[in-house]
Design a protein around this ligand. Structure first.
Ligand code: 9WN
Length: 525
């Protein structure tokens, strides 16, 4: 049987031959094409694309020129999702550049460092992570510097959506053929090496891996970590961010201690982790990725049988799929779907709470489910195969007193409004974030809640424009916080503008797993 996972010894470099044209022309009419768009929408679109172009550095896009001057993993997935409507070739490049930093064990590091940026611009910098030496046993690249932890796996979904935006260009570029083996290696790493509790769920081993760095969900498991001495590191985030909005020095010391410990264990997942949490949002995205991989496998099977145009050119670089038959790709698609069903069952069995009507994190070191109610526990709404009782309860929770959507808030806050730890301005402890709201909007639409999805879409767009594409907002007043001209805020606004309200262009494509009839059925657990 042909081996599919044998991706080239070393992932491609951003300047490899398939990246021949670093500045491809825009698609004709890359101005907003949605016929329902208003003049204000067009203005917002133009401002958003300006943000993405300003934040572009070579083959990828930084989240923020000031605060985050390198390439971040889940940021790039969200960026590609927006960029696909405007510059699909750049969207493909965004993802491929990130995957060029993939490690041989399959992990995609949460930061791919730019060699042009001085170490003092962001902490922890490459000399802290030491990926090319400490990451040797795990197969870190030696030709570039990365972090050693990960972020939520939004990439397969992003790759699928990017492909759908420009299938001809994508096939011609060999985009999915090249990326699929890397995406499956990434999926394998999380599903197997990170199933630290044997629950059929992936664990995060550092709060930053959840993408929701300072969420109160981490307070209890983080409390057992001894913070690194304050004089052993220098925070760079305080040079740009408002200290009252950023994590405390004590929490930062714990982040540093955890990351340094992982590095000193040479980034192995075979030794016990002092912090290991099964996070529902992370796992929901892992399941969405599995569904997207199913879609991609079916698409590649269609290409293999000639049902899709093979494209004018041949994919550049090693083609790990060359010997893979359409039948084998269909079999792979079926396996992706069945894994998605299995993991959805595990998610419900292990992390669901009937009494709160949402999912909760499970502390795998302490062996306890955490009572804290974070927005992460709402993200499984994204899943087409979520059973009806959980779906109905999540929809109630979303608009209930704890998150207040549609009553006390117009955007979903990152944390329980009634929780003692709630803070309207502090990082991930209450403010509303655009990527979380985009995911919830998608979930609402996925489950047929069109009116609520449309309302949320409207709120996201209004807030994105009014805040100057802020990083996050006070959930009550929508006062902007953090960086401005933040890339994923701009990109996700572009995505919502391009896909339009309910019933418009890509509605059927709003959740990975609904594109192919077989998938629609297969998504049900
Ligand atoms: C650490 C880049 C990243 C986002 C995260 C957000 C923040 C970094 C930080 O910025 O995290 O990864 O320094 O606080 O929490 O979600 O990906 O935008």
């Amino acid at each position: 049987m042909p081996v599919l996972l044998g991706f080239a010894d070393r992932p491609a470099r951003p300047d490899d031959s398939h990246h021949q044209d670093p500045h491809p022309p825009d698609r004709p009419g890359s101005a907003l094409e949605n016929p329902a768009a208003t003049a204000a929408d067009r203005e917002l679109w133009r401002s958003a694309r300006r943000v993405l172009r300003q934040n572009r550095t070579g083959a990828s896009t930084v989240p923020s020129r000031s605060l985050y001057p390198h390439q971040w993993s889940w940021d790039s997935a969200f960026i590609a999702i927006g960029l696909r409507h405007d510059e699909p070739a750049r969207a493909r490049m965004e993802l491929e550049t990130l995957f060029a930093a993939q490690w041989r064990d399959g992990r995609v590091p949460h930061i791919a460092f730019s060699p042009r940026v001085p170490h003092s611009a962001y902490f922890p910098s490459p000399d802290f992570w030491r990926s090319s030496t400490a990451g040797g046993p795990a197969g870190a690249p030696t030709d570039r510097q990365t972090s050693g932890i990960v972020q939520p796996p939004v990439h397969a979904l992003a790759a699928w959506l990017v492909h759908r935006a420009d299938p001809t260009g994508s096939v011609r570029a060999g985009f999915l053929r090249r990326l699929y083996p890397r995406l499956t290696a990434w999926q394998r790493y999380l599903a197997e090496d990170r199933d630290l509790g044997g629950l059929g769920l992936a664990a995060v081993v550092h709060p930053w891996e959840s993408g929701m760095d300072n969420s109160p969900c981490w307070d209890e498991p983080l409390a057992r970590i001894t913070p690194a001495a304050p004089d052993s590191f220098r925070r760079a985030d305080l040079d740009h961010g408002t200290p009252a909005d950023r994590p405390t020095d004590e929490d930062y010391g714990r982040y540093v201690a955890l990351a340094a410990g992982y590095r000193d264990r040479r980034y192995t997942d075979r030794e016990p982790h002092p912090f290991a949490v099964a996070d529902p949002g992370f796992n929901a995205l892992l399941i969405a990725a599995e569904l997207a991989l199913g879609e991609i496998a079916i698409e590649l099977a269609a290409e293999a049988t000639g049902e899709r145009p093979a494209g004018a050119g041949q994919p550049n670089g090693p083609d790990a799929l060359a010997a893979t038959s359409a039948a084998e790709l269909h079999a792979r698609a079926a396996r992706h779907r069945s894994r998605a069903r299995r993991r959805t069952r595990a998610l419900v069995q292990r992390l669901w709470s009937d009494s709160t009507g949402q999912f909760h994190c499970r502390d795998l070191v302490g062996g306890r489910t955490l009572a804290t109610r974070g927005a992460t526990g709402l993200l499984p709404l994204l899943l087409p195969g979520l059973p009806p009782p959980q779906t109905a309860a999540l929809l109630r929770t979303l608009s209930g007193a704890h998150f207040g959507l549609g009553s006390t808030t117009a955007l979903v806050p990152s944390h329980d409004l009634l929780g003692p730890e709630f803070h309207r301005g502090r990082y991930w402890r209450g403010p509303a974030w655009f990527n979380i709201n985009w995911l919830i909007e998608r979930g609402l639409r996925q489950h047929g809640e069109r009116a609520r999805a449309d309302a949320l879409r409207g709120s996201i767009l209004t807030a994105a424009g009014a805040s100057g594409f802020a990083e996050y907002l006070d959930p009550y007043t929508q006062e902007p916080h953090g960086a401005r001209a933040f890339s994923w805020t701009a990109a996700l606004a572009m995505d919502l503008l391009a896909t339009g309200p309910a019933g418009q262009a890509e509605d059927e494509d709003r959740a990975a797993g609904t594109g192919h009839p077989a998938e629609r059925e297969g998504a049900r657990p």
